[in-house]
Design a protein. Structure first.
Length: 66
């Protein structure tokens, strides 16, 4: 899978206005902004559809490296 953009985000504001989403074909998905800031309630790295299409659970919101 490849992704291409017309231009790179020039600021944090630009990066938070652009989003990505990857579905798994079973009703679950991963989504966030380009900079990894979850600005919406449905953003998450692992959102599982336990009883598709409506029953979705946020399993992994973000990862933090120390």
């Amino acid at each position: 899978m490849t992704a291409s953009f017309q231009s790179r985000p020039q600021s944090y504001q630009d990066a938070t206005e652009r989003e990505w989403l990857i579905g798994n074909g079973l009703g679950g998905y991963a989504s966030s902004t380009l900079c990894g800031s979850n600005t919406r309630a449905y953003h998450g790295l692992l959102v599982a559809a336990l009883q598709p299409p409506a029953d979705r659970w946020l399993m992994l919101s973000f990862l933090d490296e120390k």
